[in-house]
Design a protein around this ligand. Structure first.
Ligand SMILES: Cc1cc2nc3c(=O)[nH]c(=O)nc-3n(C[C@H](O)[C@H](O)[C@H](O)COP(=O)(O)OP(=O)(O)OC[C@H]3O[C@@H](n4cnc5c(N)ncnc54)[C@H](O)[C@@H]3O)c2cc1C
Length: 575
């Protein structure tokens, strides 16, 4: 039980699942499934997890990457959600994952001199007050107009009436999900990716496991489990329908699009949040990039690769340009990505869970649908969870495992994840303080050690061990980026990456960070993976083509033509 997901051990992991029986089989390897696997494994249960594609390949790599209470939910009166989310934020920043979740400042520009400051200020007082007693992120502050422009010279000065500054936290969502899955493996869970649960096994009305298709080999195997937990996000309805299960809730898909831009496109040293006619727009600092978004529109198309449209891109540019002195154009956009929120819409029963959705939810615009989660137990042996937010995954996991294990024979202890740091958090202060010495020990520049500690915490030495064994792995993966070749090898040997997409889209984030969607790094990635996974020439060519096709599909929204909307006004914010 090492917490290593070695792609080369996948066949062995499949044999373990097939040998069964398990206490719990989790379907879905997004943040909710990874969290459920960790919650159950750390209660001493025998756990397996199957994921159709790659860990976090669904919504959990396509979020705004914020660990936050959600200011706008406060305005919608969703106090419970905000309070829970803020507590989780603080727990992750301070104890569970300080190497992955970092505080980030946000500037909230004000445009209505008299009314807006007291209104937003009062909201932020409540927001700050909802945190726990210990405060790992700073308090909000008031800024004058001059102060606001000092932090964000990019803002148009006309009508700017100062700003508020508050703090939330941010995360590499895909890296976080992989780390949760690895931590689950550390406590004994068996995790297999590219494995689809095609139908549920039954003994009468009781669910006793699942039939699973190995997407790599085409073989089918059965996994027996006392409980099956469905954490399939926007695929939940499909998983239920495939086995004729009438669940107590349905998922409504809401598409959210983000644009990625270079930091030079927007002159500000802080994140920003501005109100739009429909919701809010975030400008989120992301290393050498900005992530700007998002949208919130109904979606009924392809779940696996939701497409951003030219309209989505223009909406975000148009809203951003209402507040920016130098208007953004499509030329500023390096990448676009889209994700699907799994929102709960009726009919929603309250079978042992936390349903909040009403029957009328099918008619509401998706911005108004609840972000809370629902746990449903439609059949004996089967429990299903959906909704929620990335920020609250630990609570979703706890709740669904509580319901799943309520009537398991023997005493199943309560959740312990509140006390359980993720892999890489152990000894973090000492590792950070020792970055220079570690660099010296491994014979790499200090910047390399700092980069790796920033991404892997105390596990950075595992990556450095690979470099020690093969110095060529210490070279950069792609010019202009801090990623190392060693991170590709580590993705295979420790993080379960099976394909080029797994590496470039989720273990490193070149798909969204690089102007060519990481395609120029793909041959290098193929070469490193081929050495580890024994790919022949034909397989290398297939992998390369497969990534190119994937990257092309992702870039499609940017190639669409049409004028960017004119900039008419400075943030006329609807109340
Ligand atoms: C645009 C956008 C921005 C967001 N921003 C934030 C934010 O800033 N902060 C925040 O807290 N939340 C945010 N969220 C919400 C958050 O991202 C989601 O709530 C969360 O990622 C959902 O995780 P999940 O595990 O439930 O679903 P997913 O991540 O979609 O995981 C479900 C998994 O199940 C797998 N699967 C499906 N069917 C099967 C099967 N039959 N067998 C095996 N596997 C299967 C899929 O491949 C998928 O990987 C955002 C969401 C969106 C769309």
């Amino acid at each position: 039980m090492t917490g290593v997901l070695d792609a080369r051990d996948r066949d062995e992991a499949i044999r373990t699942l097939a040998a069964g029986p398990l206490d719990v089989l989790v379907i879905g390897g997004g943040i909710t499934g990874a969290g459920a696997a960790l919650d159950a494994a750390s209660r001493g249960l025998r756990v397996g997890l199957v994921e159709s594609r790659d860990l976090a390949a669904g919504t959990s790599s396509r979020s705004s990457k914020l660990i936050h209470g959600g200011l706008r939910y406060l305005e919608q009166g969703d106090f419970k959600l905000v309070r829970e989310a803020l507590r989780e934020r603080d727990l992750l920043v301070s104890r569970l994952a300080p190497h992955l979740v970092r505080p980030v400042p946000f500037l909230y520009p004000l445009y209505k001199k008299v009314v807006e400051r007291p209104y937003v200020g009062a909201g932020l007082v409540i927001y700050d007050a909802m945190e726990g007693v210990k405060r790992p992120v700073p308090h909000h502050r008031h800024l004058t107009t001059r102060g606001a422009l000092r932090r964000a010279p990019a803002l148009r000065p006309e009508r700017l009436a100062g700003a508020m500054m508050y703090y939330d936290a941010q995360v590499d969502d895909a890296r976080y999900t992989v780390t949760v899955a690895r931590t689950a493996a550390r406590y004994g869970a068996t995790v297999v990716t590219r494995a689809t649960a095609t139908s549920l096994l039954r003994d009468g009305s009781r669910v006793t496991g699942a039939s699973v298709l190995d997407e790599e080999s085409g073989r089918v195997f059965e996994v027996r489990a006392a409980r099956v937990i469905v954490c399939a996000g926007v695929w939940s309805d499909l998983v239920h329908e495939a086995s004729g299960v009438r669940a107590g809730y349905q998922v409504r898909m809401s598409k959210g699009v983000h644009l990625v831009m270079p930091r030079s496109a927007i002159d500000a040293d802080t994140g920003m949040i501005v109100r739009t006619s429909k919701s809010v727009l975030f400008f989120i600092p992301w290393d050498t990039r900005w992530i700007v978004g998002t949208t919130d529109t109904d979606w009924s198309g392809d779940r696996a690769e939701p497409a951003a449209t030219a309209e989505d891109v223009d909406y975000i540019l148009g809203e951003a340009n209402r507040v920016l002195a130098r208007p953004l154009t499509r030329d500023d956009v390096l990448a676009v990505y889209a994700g699907l929120r799994p929102l709960i819409a009726g009919p929603a029963g309250d079978k042992g869970g936390e349903s909040r959705a009403g029957d009328k939810d099918g008619e509401k615009p998706t911005t108004k649908l609840s972000r809370e989660h629902v746990v449903d137990a439609p059949l004996p042996g089967l429990v299903s969870v959906a909704g929620g937010k990335f920020t609250t995954y630990r609570l979703m996991a706890r709740d669904v495992v509580d319901v799943a294990t309520a009537d398991l024979p023997g005493q199943v202890p309560g959740s312990v994840t509140e006390l359980l740091s993720l892999l890489g958090a152990d000894g973090l202060p000492a590792v950070r303080a020792s970055a220079r010495r570690i660099a010296g020990d491994y014979g790499v520049p200090a910047a390399v050690a700092v980069h790796l500690i920033g991404r892997y915490g105390s596990l950075a030495t595992e990556v450095l061990d690979l470099i020690r064994a093969d110095r060529t792995l210490g070279q950069p993966l792609l010019g202009g980026f801090a990623y190392l070749r060693a991170e590709v090898a580590y993705a295979v040997t420790h993080e379960g990456a099976l394909h080029v997409e797994d590496v470039l889209a989720r273990r490193v984030r070149l798909l969204i960070e690089s102007p060519d969607a990481g395609t120029s790094a793909a041959p290098e990635v193929v070469a490193i993976m081929a050495g580890l996974l024994g790919w022949n020439r034909r397989r290398r060519a297939i992998e390369l083509r497969r990534y190119q096709d994937f990257a092309d599909a992702n870039a499609a929204a940017l190639t669409a033509v049409g004028p960017v909307p004119e900039v008419e006004s400075v943030a006329p914010i609807p109340a």
